[in-house]
Design a protein around this ligand. Structure first.
Ligand SMILES: Nc1ncnc2c1ncn2[C@@H]1O[C@H](COP(=O)(O)OP(=O)(O)O)[C@@H](O)[C@H]1O
Ligand SMILES: [Mg+2]
Length: 411
């Protein structure tokens, strides 16, 4: 089994996927834009070959260089577990006749308007939405206002190819819309979307032949858009141990339908959905790759399994061997320091650990001396704690305590 894996070392999680591929017996050929000499030892050990390309997002160039590099070697899979390269992987598969999802299928997981159209065509509830393509500056306001008129307030404006809630805004009325039109003038393609009230969850899977062999739900506290709007918030995400509750079942049923509507094949999916006050599950978005910001680790801690390896097994051999009994709710709490510059101290951590120590499975908070990270650019912010507990309410309380009773400072 020879596998081309795009970006074997970056983002960080990819190193674990590289390991997973090697562990299920694949010969792994990495293609990335980092220097071979800078690959971490784990990745180097797991790779059978590595091609450094100048720009991993320059698709035509990467395809051509990879073709030359691989000449004469039969390849069985081309895989990516990172959103920006899922289309590139599909283009390589199509070009070389390698099994896996087509470009058209992957587009359904990448283009936010197309995915909603395909999901809606299958009779599934999605937010009303329109695509606005901005051609000229004069035109952009008009086109956006006209779309907003049809969609109705309150609404959401976001990039069609967005990520991490960047350039995403809620608008309650025409005045707010005008402000947002000005703020998003640099975005070429926008989605103007009905605002869905309610709680926000994920639905994550590993699939084989389009069917989930693994399922997970996690709750965002608060919703990602709010978490990205206010720096003082410590965003929390908790995997839900008990999937057998009415509201969660609604999301799981929705998610399964969506996988069918989009023609999923093998690998990870990461969907977001809303649970409305009226008790309805509404589709948000989906990608054919794992959630970022340590969600795979959270899922692993939820069941004491190794999804990095099982994703590899599903992708290479169409099989899944983990016993996925859900033992814990697993929460991650991202912290953002007060002040600018370097971390100077963490208040409340010792007390928190004295109280909840046995529930803490990772402490990756930045320590004094480290420079602060850009909280808008990375959800990981100034670090995080991962905790777990078998009882949902207790887990939520522990997360809330970490969010409110631990304070990081910087200057
Ligand atoms: N139609 C909607 N109604 C309410 N909130 C939304 C809607 N669309 C997006 N959001 C909020 O904005 C966030 C980012 O939007 P999303 O479509 O997930 O894009 P991305 O995660 O790729 O930036 C969501 O997680 C959610 O909090
Ligand atoms: Mg999202």
């Amino acid at each position: 089994m020879r596998v081309v894996f795009l970006g074997p070392a970056y983002p960080l999680e990819m190193q674990q996927f590289t390991r997973g591929l090697a562990e299920v017996g694949a010969e792994v050929y990495g293609v990335g834009d980092g220097a071979a000499a800078s690959l971490p030892p784990l990745v180097r050990k797991c790779l059978s070959g590595y091609l450094q390309v100048p720009r991993i997002l320059d698709e035509d160039d990467v395809i051509e260089r990879t073709r030359v590099w691989l000449r004469g070697r039969e390849i069985d899979r081309v895989l990516s577990a990172w959103e920006p390269t899922v289309i590139l992987a599909a283009r390589m598969r199509e070009r070389w006749g390698i099994p896996g999802m087509s470009v058209d299928t992957v587009n359904g997981f990448r283009d936010k308007q197309l995915m909603k159209e395909r999901v809606a065509a299958a009779g599934i509830r999605v937010p009303r939405a329109e695509r606005v393509v901005r051609t000229s500056r004069a035109e952009l306001g008009e086109a956006t206002r006209a779309a907003a008129e049809r969609v109705g307030f309150p609404l959401i404006i976001k990039p069609i190819a967005g990520a991490g809630s960047a350039d995403t805004y809620a608008c309650r009325d025409a005045a707010e819309l005008d402000e947002v039109i000005a703020k998003t003038a640099h975005v070429r393609e926008l989605s103007v979307e009905e605002y869905i009230e309610g709680e926000e969850f994920t639905y994550d899977t590993v699939c084989v032949d389009g069917h989930p062999v693994y399922e997970n739900v996690a709750q965002y506290l608060p919703k990602p858009l709010e978490a990205r709007s206010e720096e003082w918030i410590s965003p929390v995400i908790i995997t839900v141990r008990d999937l057998d509750q009415a509201k969660i079942r609604a999301g799981v049923a929705l998610g399964r339908q969506v996988l069918g509507a989009l023609g999923m094949g093998e690998g990870f999916t990461h969907m977001e959905w809303f649970y409305t006050p009226a008790g309805e599950a509404v589709f948000g978005e989906i990608g054919c790759r794992p959630g970022g910001a340590r969600l795979v680790d959270q899922m692993n801690y939820t069941s004491d399994i190794d999804l990095f390896r099982e994703w590899a097994r599903a992708s290479c051999w169409k099989s899944f061997e983990a016993e996925a009994a859900r033992k814990y709710n697993c929460g991650i709490i991202f912290k953002r320091a007060k002040g600018r510059g370097r971390i100077t101290g963490i208040a409340g951590l010792e007390r928190f650990k004295a109280q909840f120590g046995p529930c803490v499975v990772e402490d990756e908070l930045l320590r004094p001396g480290s420079p602060r990270r850009d909280w808008k650019a990375t959800l990981v912010s100034d670090g995080y704690l991962i905790v777990r507990h078998a009882n949902w309410d207790v887990c939520r309380q522990i997360c809330a305590a970490a969010a409110t009773d631990i304070t990081m400072f910087a200057e």
